[in-house]
Structures are given as structure tokens and as C-alpha cells.
Ligand binder design. Sequence first.
Ligand code: ADP
Ligand code: ZN
Length: 285
Amino acid sequence: MFGAIEAGGTKFVCSIGDDEHNIGEQISLPTSTPEETMPEVVAFFKPYIDKMKAIGIGSFGPIDIQEDTPTYGHFTNTPKVAWQGFDFVGYVKTELNDIPVAWTTDVNAAAYGELTQSPGNSLVYFTVGTGLGGGAIQNGQFIGGINHAEMGHILIRKHPNDSYEGYCIYHGDCLEGLACGPTIEARYGIKGQDLSEDHEVWDFIAYYLAQAAMITDLTLAPQRIVFGGGVLKQPQLIGKIRSEFERLLKDYRPTPPLDEYIITPILGDNAATIGCLAMAKEIVA
Ligand code: ADP
Ligand code: ZN
């Protein structure tokens, strides 16, 4: 048995799974403070402590994932102030008999999950939800030297008809600042799920996500690029991203067929949890 903790900005999903990544028992807890949330996380896993071989954690961030630093396993300067500096990995190991822990970002975990369903050993995953994050795997490893990648904050070209100034508190009109879910309500006062499928905003967001795909294609050339998160629940969006990608890249070089190359998650909302189970299995293999 393995454990999985998908630690998101709004909720924590804790799961038990087996060697084949089948998810068994699962609970969802609101992300409040470490003092409130973490004892409940530990209480969920305690009954399985003798059977669990390892736990995989995919967390919101920024977090420290550099193994040779004293703050490995901690949150760094996360905007969720209550979690700043909290030693997530240390807490889990202390409370659960020093269990082996695999630790990465939530979006890296989702990338790892999708890789179990994908050709080859390289993949990039973007989640477009309350925030916008990107995780990348090259040769089966998460990329990053000084720390994990933060592909949600890349700078992109603005759509000529989009007058919105941007939502990111650091950069204004970076990718997250122009294309994450809350930017839709900030522009029109209406949430994305309540706008029609032919609204102009989908052209803007497709343009921005297509640029993210193009930058990804040109810099990392992964075997697959996945877009998930709440905003991708708009069924027309992935096709628009493919068309914009094609228009922007032109015939510069061939890509795999776009409906296999640029896709929504095969694992749906379970990508990160399955990624955590796969990571946990990997570290004790
Ligand atoms: P989180 O990022 O908090 O884990 P989600 O991935 O569900 O959560 O993303 C939530 C965001 O996605 C919200 O901004 C919401 O308005 C937006 N969203 C949810 N469903 C849709 C939809 N069908 N169409 C467009 N936007 C949506
Ligand atoms: Zn930014």
C-alpha cells in the first residue's frame, strides 16, 4: 500500500492506493492552517501505518524540493502565510514512523500521473485553475536545478483585443495573470463556468495557453503537453489552443498530431493523486 497527499490551495486530498495506482480510501479536507489541517491528514493515514510503504506528496508552493538544503520539505514564501516555513515532510515523517516520503509540487505530481498514461518519458503539465502552474518531466525526472520550475509566470504576448491589465500580484500580465480562472471574473464580473462557449474570453485564453504550449515545444520539446484544471472544463478550449498553436508556430517544424500532443488529462481530476502514488512506489522500488 502507498499513501498520496495532494495538497492544494483550497483542499487536501489524502488517499490510500495500491501498486497499480488503484485509489482506495480517500478524504478531502479544507486547506486551513498547518495546526488545523495536518493532524487530520495524519489521523487519516495512522490506521494504515503498518501496511504503507511510502507516501507521495504533491503540494502547492512555492516549496523547497532541493534535497541538499536544510529547508528541504518546507514551504518557502508561499502567499498562504500560515504555511510559510512549515516543514511538511518533517511533520509527516515525525508523525508516521519515519515513513519514506516523495515530495514535489502539485503540478509536478499531476505531470507524473499523466506520464503513466503517455508515450515516452517526457511530459509537461499545465494546470489552469485558481492559479496557473506548470510541471515538467524530462527523461523521467522533474526538471529544475536551483528549484522547481514555475512555468505559470512566464511572460507572453498580449491579445490585441484584451484590455485587461492582469491579475498576478508580482508581474501583472504574466501567463497566470492573464489566463487563470479568476481573471475571467475579474474581466467580466462573471465566472468562467457561467459564460457562453462563444464568448471572446476563450479566444484570449486559448491565445495565451497556445503561447505557453509553443514556448514549451520550443524549449523542452516534450512528447506530450497536457492542460488541466477547472478552466479546461470548457470543452471547446483545447481545440482552440491547438488551432492557435498551429497558427503561431506556423510550419516551423513538424509536431506529433496535435490531438495526441496537446491534450486534457487522461486521468482527469485524479492525475495528481495517481502521480503521488507512482512517486511513492518509485522511491521504495
Ligand atoms: P483549484 O485551482 O482551486 O484547485 P480548479 O482547478 O477547479 O480549482 O479551478 C477553479 C477555477 O476554474 C475557478 O476560477 C473557476 O471559475 C474555473 N472553472 C471551473 N469550472 C469552469 C468551467 N466549466 N469553465 C471555465 N472555468 C471554470
Ligand atoms: Zn506572475
